[in-house]
Structures are given as C-alpha cells and as structure tokens.
Design a protein around this ligand. Structure first.
Ligand code: FAD
Ligand code: NAP
Length: 533
C-alpha cells in the first residue's frame, strides 16, 4: 500500500465527462487525481472498437463546446463520426489541455468511503492507491459496465468471444469465419452489416427486434462545417435549450391530427433525412400509443419493403414495444443484410438459446456452428458502474443498500447521505435521453461552479436534503409515467438485467427545462441541498 496522498478532488473515469471535469477543476486551481480503468482516454470510444462502431449524433453536435478554439480547429470528416475519429478527437483534447499528467490509467477505483470527521472521501484502487479528497466526482459513464449473459456452457466455447464494448484493440479478423452475433440493440445493428461483409456466415440471435432508421452517413461537406463553425455560439445555445440537446427541435404537432397523407410525407422526409430525429416527427409519438403506432407501422412497412423474405421481415418487425421506448437505432444497411444468403436470423423467443457448446450456440431447435461469438448484449446501464464501486457515505450507509430498490438522487447530481459526491449524468438527469455531450458539459459546469462556491464560502460539505430528493424522484417518476417509456422492457428501466429493480432511471423532462431547474437551485443558494461548514 502506498501512503495516503491528498487531493482537492478525485475524478473517476476519463471519457468525455472525466476529461472535462479534470480541466474545469484544474482551472479552479484544485489538485485533482483522475483514475481510469482503461489504458487510455476516451471512455466509450476507447472500449467500443467493434466493426462499424459509430456515433449517431452528428459530429458537429457530438463535440465539446467549452473551448471556441477547439471548436474551430478540429475538423470532422463525416456526418456521423466513427469510433476511431472520436477517439482521436479525445486524445487531441487530452494533449491540447495537457490532461494526461493527472490521470492514472489502468487503475480501477474499488472503494470510496466518506470520512465524516474530516469531510473527505477516502478512495482505494485495485492498484493499491489510497487517496483522500474533499470532493469525489464519478464520471464512470452510463454505458460502461459491459454485460455478458450467463449462458450455460459459455466457458466451454473453443473459439474467441468478444463483447462489443470490450473489443480487442488489435481488431479481430473475421474473414472467412462463421460468426454468431447475440443481441440486436444499437451495437448489434451497427456491427452486423460490417461483420457480414467479412465473415463466411453470420447467425444473428435476436430476442427483441428494434426499430432502426438509416444513418445515410456521408463525408461532411466543407461548406456545412464552415457554416456551423461560423454559427456555433447560437447553435450551441439552441442545443442547450432544446429537449434532447440536438439541433433538430422536433415537430410539436400531433400525429393523430395530421391526416394520412401529411403524416406519410413527414415520416418519409424524416426517413430520407435519417437518424434519431425520426422520433421528432410528431410531439405525441412518445405519449400516445395510437400516434406511436403510426410511426411504428411506417418503420415496419419499410422493413417489409427492404427485406425480401416476408417471414424474415416479420421476425425483424418490432411489435412488443412502442417506437422509441427502447433506444432507437441508426443503421447502415441493417435490414438489407438479411437478404444475404450467408446471414441467418434466429428468433430466440421462438427458439431459445439453451447453451453455448465448444463449437457454437445451441438453441432448442438446432445447433448453430460458430468460430467466433460476438456478444452485443449491452450494459448494466447507469447504476452498474457506480454500484461496482463499494461506496459508503455518512453513518456507514452503503450506496448499494440505499439503491437496493432503485437509484435515488436529487437532480441526478447527488444522493442524500453521500456528501461531496457528485455523479455526472447520474440517474435522475436527462443523460442517456439526450445528446450526451450537452448533458455532460452542463453537469461538469454545474459541479465546478458548486465546488468553487463552496470553497469560496468555506463550506466543507454539501449533501442532498432527503426531502428534496424524495420530491425530485416523485417528479422523475411522475413524468416518466406519463410517457410510453414505461411500456418497454428496456435498459432505461433496468429490465435487461435479471433482478435489477424496475425503475425508469433517466429524467424525461428535457435538457433545457432541466438545466433551468439546476440553475435556479444554484442561484437560490443550493436549494434542496444541506451545506455544512
Ligand atoms: P464513458 O465514456 O463511459 O467513460 C467512463 C469511463 O469511466 C470509462 O472509460 C471507464 O473505464 C471508467 N470507469 C468506470 N468505472 C471506473 C472505476 N471504478 N474506476 C476507474 N475508471 C472507471 N451518446 C450519444 O449522445 N450519442 C451517441 O451516438 C452515442 N453512441 C454510443 C455508442 C456506444 C457504442 C455506446 C456504448 C455509447 C454511446 N453513447 C452515445 C453514450 C456514450 O457513453 C456517451 O455519449 C459518452 O461517451 C459518455 O461519456 P462519459 O465520460 O460520461 O462515460
Ligand atoms: P442493448 O441496446 O441493451 O442491446 C442488447 C441486445 O442484447 C438486445 O437485443 C437484447 O435483447 C440482447 N440480449 C441481452 N441479453 C440477452 C440474452 N440473455 N439472450 C438473448 N439476447 C440478449 O445494448 P447495445 O446494443 O450495446 O446498446 C446500448 C446503448 O448504447 C444503446 O441503447 C445506445 O444508447 C448506445 N449505443 C449507441 C450506438 C449508436 O449508434 N450511437 C451504438 C451502440 C450503442 P432484449 O432487447 O430482448 O433485451
């Protein structure tokens, strides 16, 4: 064990959130130590190196806004940035702002305990570090705890198997191999067409078909890039004030009130534009089953149009959840991939996976030989990475115990009983329902301002008031309950993890409204928080 070092702040994670948090706190003159499990910066974009990995927020919007110089100097090459390009961008950010010197890579935080006498967090890592810090910021990511289901026999498989979120850095040559892909969420849908181009045969194991809209990715037009750069201040403001953190404000009109013809035109136009803003076609898609069904049926009709075999088209057609209640997917050639003779779709609701054998995947009806297994099976989202750390707050209260029935936070920023512990894009904030970079920047800036004000005022600790937390959670649940989100077995609700409490975790109220609320709370002297000297 090394002797205990002291810092003003410890930050966990070196993705978009951790890097910016470090930069801001350092700008306040604080001593900061960042711990990162990976051997480099980038978070999501460090880990997710699977074939076809790409962002589905446009590059000009999926980038930091805090530095006008950075904004102007970085040149994006495609409408939607690929994983390597985003990673290059974050490596550039780390170098440009000289961030690496305060980051300890290859080091996982295992434990954090609040010391009430000294008002500090005592943090431990898997490498034997023991450090103390007044402030602890978790920037651990909402989608960083990769999950491989516990299939019987998985360890007996003779070939390599890879989770999309832990893809080998050197890449995997799939040429001429038989590949089994389990999972058809965003990662599966992005990777399957690219894998199919290399592999001899792909067997796709689908439990739930998803709605996917084409990306129509293309090189970024230089004129568009210049126009955005010239107009960044106003565009960024619009994104911050919007519902989703995206430039497309969405159409507030009603799908039910629009006639068949107008509705079809709107959906066609959105499909032709491509991307997640398909959801913005009408304001009632997220709240009215009937309105939603129009959008859902439009996508199903597209699937029938693209996929030659009507039986396969039907299997690919989502029918058990409304459109957008699981994260909408964005693809390049996904549905058309099922027209290839070397791609087979297995519906595991009809024909469940029984076990993984040394040579493939066995379902109730057949053995599917495979040389490689790709687990595109998702994440223990939002709470997973936080609860993987043994966190104890006041009176020895453990976070795992406190969140046994689901996460509880005030504004998604703090949880009562855990003073000076901030969660960037934590449960109870818009986070995963938004352009994450907009939400990350908002949280980082709020936290940095808060820390600065506490220090200036000689305040040793800030904690959420349990009553304010109760009221916030009631609000989060109430408005989620008014939407269709609660009708799907999604990771937003923890439904993908056996035994995880079914609680809708993100805040659906919108990025702009939420920011205003956070700003009002701060302006009112941190209303709903308890400050102690
Ligand atoms: P992350 O990037 O997840 O970084 C967190 C870091 O914390 C990780 O590197 C992890 O190793 C580290 N960490 C966690 N626990 C510990 C610990 N105990 N000790 C030390 N280190 C730890 N969002 C969008 O808005 N648009 C998109 O199109 C989009 N596409 C995505 C595609 C994929 C494949 C995935 C998985 C996510 C996508 N997201 C997207 C969400 C994406 O996670 C965020 O946009 C953003 O990158 C999150 O940044 P972050 O810094 O908060 O978290
Ligand atoms: P995901 O959306 O959770 O998808 C996991 C898939 O694995 C689902 O199809 C799921 O089926 C299936 N699955 C899980 N356990 C299974 C089991 N035991 N048997 C059979 N199938 C099983 O995970 P993801 O695709 O990695 O995406 C996670 C999130 O990351 C996305 O929602 C998105 O926010 C982000 N992401 C974005 C992009 C992008 O395009 N920008 C790309 C990748 C990821 P069920 O649906 O039935 O649970």
């Amino acid at each position: 064990m090394t002797p205990q070092a002291r810092y003003d702040a410890v930050v966990v994670g070196a993705g978009f959130a951790g890097l910016y948090m470090l930069h801001r706190l350092r700008g306040l003159g604080l001593s900061v130590r960042v711990f990162e499990t990976g051997d480099g910066v980038g978070g999501t974009w460090y880990w997710n190196r699977y074939p076809g990995a790409r962002c589905d927020v446009e590059s000009m919007q999926y980038s930091y806004s805090f530095s006008p110089e950075l904004e102007q100097e970085w040149e994006w090459t495609e409408r939607y940035p690929s994983q390597p390009e985003i990673l290059r961008y974050l490596e550039h950010v780390a170098d440009r702002f000289d961030l690496r010197r305060d980051i300890r890579f290859g080091t996982r935080v295992t434990r954090a305990a609040y010391d009430e006498t000294e008002h500090v967090w005592r943090v431990e890592t898997d490498r034997g570090d023991r450090v103390a810090a007044r402030h602890l910021v978790t920037a651990v990511g909402c989608l960083s705890a990769a999950r491989v289901p516990d299939f019987p026999g998985a360890a007996s498989f003779r070939g390599p198997s890879h989770h999309t979120g832990r893809w080998p850095h050197e890449g995997v040559d799939l040429t001429g191999l038989r590949v089994a892909v389990i999972g058809t969420g965003s990662s599966g849908i992005q990777s399957i067409p690219v894998i199919a181009e290399q592999a001899a045969h792909v067997t796709v194991f689908q439990r739930t078909p998803n709605y996917s809209v084409p990306a129509w990715n293309r090189p970024l037009e230089p004129e568009y890039q210049s126009w955005v750069k010239a107009n960044y201040p106003g565009l960024r403001r619009a994104m911050r004030e919007s519902h989703t953190g995206l430039l497309d404000p969405g159409n507030p009109g009603s799908a039910l009130e629009a006639g068949d013809e107008k509705r079809a035109r709107e959906f066609e136009a959105r499909w032709a534009k491509g991307g997640v803003t398909f959801l913005g076609a009408y304001g009632d898609i997220g709240i009215s089953s009937e309105a939603n069904e129009h959008a859902a049926e439009f996508v199903r009709a597209k699937i029938r149009e693209i996929v030659a075999d009507p039986e396969v088209a039907e299997k690919l057609s989502p029918r058990n959840h409304p459109l957008g209640t699981k994260r909408i997917c964005v693809d390049t050639g996904y549905y058309a991939t099922f027209n290839r003779p070397d791609v087979t779709l297995v519906d595991v609701r009809e024909d469940p996976i029984v076990e993984i054998t040394p040579t493939g995947v066995r379902t109730a009806a057949a053995e599917h030989p495979a040389d490689v297994i790709v687990y595109a099976t998702g994440y223990d989202a939002m709470t997973g990475p936080l609860l993987a750390i043994d966190i104890t707050g006041k009176g020895g209260l453990s976070l795992r115990r406190k969140w046994e029935a689901g996460p509880r936070t005030y504004l998604g920023l703090m949880t009562a009983g855990f003073p000076n512990l901030f969660t960037v894009t934590g449960p109870g904030s818009p986070s995963v329902l938004s352009n994450m970079i907009v939400s990350i920047e908002q949280h980082v800036e709020w936290i940095a301002d808060c820390v600065a004000r506490l220090r200036a005022g000689g305040v040793a600790a800030i904690d959420a008031d349990p009553l304010a937390e109760d009221a916030w959670m009631a609000h989060v649940n109430e408005i989620a309950g008014q939407t269709l989100f609660v009708r799907a077995d999604s990771w937003y609700l923890g439904a993908n993890i056996p035994g995880k409490p079914r609680v809708f975790m993100p805040y659906v109220g919108g990025v702009g409204v939420y920011r205003e609320k956070c700003d009002q709370v701060a302006a009112a002297g941190y209303e709903g928080f308890v400050l102690s000297s």
